[in-house]
Design a protein around this ligand. Structure first.
Ligand code: NDP
Length: 285
């Protein structure tokens, strides 16, 4: 049999994209399983997105990740969307199934797997979400589809907060409510899971954290953060100081990467290798 010198291609397109660490994690996974896959980190400007997606088809890429500012704008160039991607209205992962490009959103699913791995159930819980941007939306929709009984959305911008609450109430079986973000916001006492879905605390602003009355966080709560750099943001440190159990953003990042790995390669992802690679990457900063 003749040798195959052609690598299977996947990657991420966005702008800015230079600081995106996903490629290091995915390539470590490919190497661990001896797969001839390459993960390319590609700068694509908004006006070139359509051409870039044509390129995904022309290069027979197995799939692609999308990051800022393409997650919503890519939709018209795809052939199909999964249920969650359709409700969220954003795609972070494309799978090329024999020439058909399918848009999926694995951000929220990665978060759900991270919670499941910690043995934290979502069904029947009261969730309080800080933020209403892309990450908050993806997580809130997945929590709603997984049977959360109620989601409270606390966001600075009212329009975005109300829109997310309405989306959840109208498109899933869960009820959601918007709550304005006033100074030193009280966390609703019946909260089972509190999630920081904002970028407050993200490197380099590591001394920042969501403006809450931290005394209202208690030991009955699980507190999660989407911020993964730093690995243990101030928000989680303060929540733990009040007795809450905490879950960091690395689990979400690694598990969505592992899910993408499975969707593209058809192989189970070496999650431990991918986790350790990312952790090492961040500890270098
Ligand atoms: P968006 O720009 O879509 O949304 C940002 C959200 O954060 C908005 O709701 C905004 O509020 C809010 N916000 C920003 N700063 C503050 C602040 N100081 N106080 C209160 N609210 C604030 O960003 P994304 O949703 O794409 O990303 C958010 C975070 O999630 C980033 O840190 C990103 O790195 C992280 N992320 C993590 C992933 C993981 O796998 N762990 C995956 C994807 C993202 P407003 O609407 O009022 O402006």
């Amino acid at each position: 049999m003749s040798k195959n010198y052609r690598a299977e291609l996947v990657g991420v397109i966005g702008d800015p994209v230079d600081g995106n660490p996903t490629g290091v994690m995915e390539e470590a996974g490919f190497a661990a399983l001896g797969l001839n896959f390459r993960y390319l980190t590609i700068k694509v400007l908004p006006q070139d997105l359509e051409d870039a997606i044509r390129g995904v088809r022309a290069f027979h890429m197995r799939g692609i990740n999308l990051t800022m500012p393409h997650k919503v704008q890519v939709i018209p160039y795809l052939d199909e969307l999964t249920e969650a991607a359709g409700i969220i209205g954003a795609v972070n992962t494309v799978i090329n199934q024999d020439g058909k490009l399918i848009g999926e959103n694995t951000d929220g699913k990665g978060f759900m797997i991270a919670l499941e791995n910690e043995g934290i159930p979502v069904k029947g819980t009261h969730i309080t979400m800080l933020g209403a941007g892309g990450a908050a939306k993806a997580i809130a929709v997945e929590c709603a589809l997984a049977g959360a009984s109620e989601i409270k959305i606390i966001n600075r911008d009212k329009t975005r907060g109300v829109a997310l609450a309405e989306l959840i109430t109208s498109r899933t079986g869960c009820t959601a409510e918007y709550i304005p973000w006033t100074e030193k916001k009280t966390v609703p006492a019946d909260t089972n899971i509190l999630i920081n879905g904002t970028s407050a605390g993200l490197f380099p602003d590591i001394d920042m954290c969501p403006d809450l009355d931290y005394a209202t966080i208690h030991e009955g709560m699980t507190v999660c953060d989407v911020v993964f750099n730093p690995v243990d943001p101030l928000f989680l440190q303060k929540s733990r100081a009040n007795g809450a159990r905490t879950v960091n953003g690395i689990g979400m990042l690694v598990n969505q990467g592992a899910m993408n790995f499975r969707l593209w390669t058809g192989r189970e992802a070496p999650v431990d290798v991918m986790y350790k690679t990312l952790e090492a990457e961040f500890s270098e900063e």
